[in-house]
Design a protein around this ligand. Structure first.
Ligand code: ATP
Length: 350
């Protein structure tokens, strides 16, 4: 028998007076997984994490930890470590006392003393020897490491992180996310992470749930969500993308002919059941566009170009619709973008 998931959200709904923050959400997280809830502001990520942590009770549905319904079980009895957006360190305590605070409610694992455990955790987060420091004299990144060490101190079964890096500058955020991932793998601790930053979610996670309006639009590996977005929302939200809508004109083997305004393009549809007249939504990533010679060709006008160092992102106007493309060369006024049928991903047909 497959082992019980560490986390199982079973059709949970959380309603406030006028808002449904989480709407019939079902998700499972397996042992050792780094699982991320990602989505725009207000989509219900934090509420979902708070339900998991026991800081809120669901209006309907069940939260299960290792198969056990934890409804009514308070946060401190859930065997979880939590790190919030703000550092929430106790300013009147030293760094060591802050980390040790997590051990007031649970013994250190493996028969260690509190001092030994605190030293081990600080070492683990790259702050070895910082025990006697004043937390207010630390940088934002260091404070957040202390908060992570504090959450990990009792050796929890599950780690919950709510936008732990949002207060840090972009450079530091990127460095800390690499370290966090390494730490998570080293400890092999099941982790649920919340971010609105889709790039961060792709970079750090084993699987992500892309959330929208309180529900999960798609749950999958970063690659699956990026390469094969299941809905229009996911296609638009995750990474730069060009999403087209058109009418199916016919099928030609494994490709559909789709009318998109003035032209008909060919889009791969190996297992589709589309019929003529259906509305098809498909997307092509900027990196899926090539210049000349491709099967499908769109002639667009250059609106603006952003130099990003490793590439230049082009904002193009095609029939009144904005397209994003990339180039290494100097862009010209008229840009012909081409793509092969298999460089397009069919999102929905109805
Ligand atoms: P953000 O990225 O901005 O933190 P989020 O995805 O974490 O957003 P939530 O904080 O979970 O979103 O909020 C989801 C919805 O529920 C929002 O519309 C929010 O206004 C509402 N909401 C959250 N908490 C409460 C509350 N205590 N009372 C009333 N409404 C709430």
């Amino acid at each position: 028998m497959a082992s019980e998931p560490v986390v199982s959200l079973d059709g949970i709904t959380k309603r406030y007076e006028t808002t449904t923050a989480v709407d019939d959400l079902s998700i499972t997280v397996s042992e050792g997984e780094f699982f991320t809830l990602v989505g725009p502001s207000g989509c219900g990520k934090t509420t979902t994490l708070r339900l998991l942590g026991g800081f809120e009770e669901a209006t309907a549905g069940a939260v299960r930890l290792r198969g056990e319904d934890v409804t009514g079980v308070p946060p401190e009895a859930r065997d979880i470590g939590v790190v919030f957006q703000s550092y929430a360190l106790f300013p009147h305590m030293t760094v060591g006392e802050n980390v040790g605070y997590g051990l007031n409610f649970a013994d250190p694992p493996g028969g260690m003393s509190t001092d030994e455990r605190v030293a081990e955790l600080l070492e683990l987060v790259g702050l070895g020897g910082f025990e006697d420091r004043d937390p207010t004299a630390l940088s934002g990144g260091q404070r957040q490491r202390v908060a992570i060490a504090r959450a990990l101190a009792p050796g929890p079964d599950l780690l919950l992180l709510d936008e732990p890096m949002s207060a840090l500058d972009a450079r530091l955020r990127e460095r800390l996310r690499v370290e966090l991932k390494r730490l998570q793998q080293e400890l092999d601790i099941t982790t649920v992470y919340v971010t609105h930053d889709q790039e961060e979610a792709l970079a750090i996670s084993d699987r992500v749930a892309v959330m929208h309006d309180g529900g999960a639009e798609q749950v999958g590996t970063p690659r699956a969500v990026y390469d094969r977005p299941a809905t229009n929302f996911v296609a638009e939200f995750v990474g730069d993308n060009n999403v087209f809508s058109g009418r199916v004109a016919g099928r030609d083997g494994d490709t559909l002919n789709i009318d998109v305004g003035p032209t008909t393009v060919q889009v791969a549809s190996p297992d589709g059941t589309a019929s003529s007249g259906d509305t098809a939504v498909f997307c092509v990533r900027p990196e899926g566009f090539s210049r000349g010679g491709a099967t499908n060709q769109l002639r667009a006008e250059l609106e603006s170009a952003e130099f990003l160092g490793w590439t230049t992102r082009l904002h193009l106007d095609w029939e009144g619709k904005e397209l994003l493309a990339r180039t290494d060369a100097a862009p010209s006024e008229i840009v012909s973008v081409g793509f092969e049928p298999e460089d397009a991903h069919l999102v929905t047909v109805e």
